[in-house]
Design a protein around this ligand. Structure first.
Ligand SMILES: Cc1cc2nc3c(=O)[nH]c(=O)nc-3n(C[C@H](O)[C@H](O)[C@H](O)COP(=O)(O)O)c2cc1C
Length: 202
């Protein structure tokens, strides 16, 4: 099964190889690797160096909180996430400094950057990551006592690749399907919105 990005232009191997599986191995993630992932997240850039990212980290074998977090996922995600050894929740601090009345307009962007770092570090360590917007944010807020002005953003599964045979037929098909992207010409503009930039050749 080759899930590498079929790119129009050269890519770094870590970007090429990253993808979001649903079939995870039961093998647990070494604590030192997990710490490296979180360290990579910590070293992301952020507006004003606000570092608005927070993470709840739960390990299937170690933490009772794992099942509490899994219970916050929507049904579809819960089904495949049962084998995942690590489940996290990314949370954004939505204000600047100590002043909850000063909104941080880039908080979500910064949290995304930090998870981007985490994902690349995970790929370098032979791990896979699957992020999920499909979870009950209100339930997560209550379960983990997340304060007001902090927003749960995404659940994040981390682990080693598993056998697609463990998935039901529909998910198995998606698991082995080639990955798709919009063409760059639909995304990159210069003078006029919607008109492709000349830097893009096709
Ligand atoms: C913020 C975010 C939320 C996502 N939510 C879900 C989700 O709830 N369930 C799911 O199965 N995949 C989810 N995904 C995974 C995407 O579907 C996946 O990244 C996309 O299809 C591209 O595939 P690739 O990551 O393998 O390149 C999410 C990804 C991101 C970044």
């Amino acid at each position: 099964m080759n899930k590498e990005a079929i790119s129009d232009y050269p890519l770094h191997d870590l970007i090429k190889r990253r993808w979001s599986p649903r079939a995870f191995s039961k093998k647990s993630v070494e604590p030192e690797k997990l710490r490296s992932l979180l360290e990579a997240a910590r070293w992301a850039p952020s507006s004003g160096n606000e570092q608005p990212w927070r993470f709840i980290v739960t390990r299937k074998d170690e933490d009772e909180a794992f099942e509490l977090l899994r219970a916050c996922l929507n049904e579809g995600n819960q089904a495949w996430a049962k084998n995942v050894p690590v489940l996290m929740l990314s949370i954004a601090k939505m204000f600047r400094g100590d002043d909850v009345t000063r909104p941080n307009r880039t908080a979500l962007y910064d949290v995304g950057l930090s998870v981007g770092n985490l994902v690349i570090q995970a790929t370098a360590l032979g791990l896979h990551v699957h992020q999920m917007g499909g979870f009950d944010a209100q339930k997560a807020r209550q379960t983990f006592q997340i304060p007001a002005h902090f927003e749960p953003i995404a659940a994040i599964a981390v682990g080693y690749l598993g056998d697609p045979a463990q998935l039901d037929e529909k998910l198995r098909e998606r698991e082995i399907a080639p990955r798709e992207r919009k063409p760059l010409r639909e995304l990159i503009f210069t003078e006029k919105w919607g008109e492709s930039s000349s830097i893009i050749e096709k």
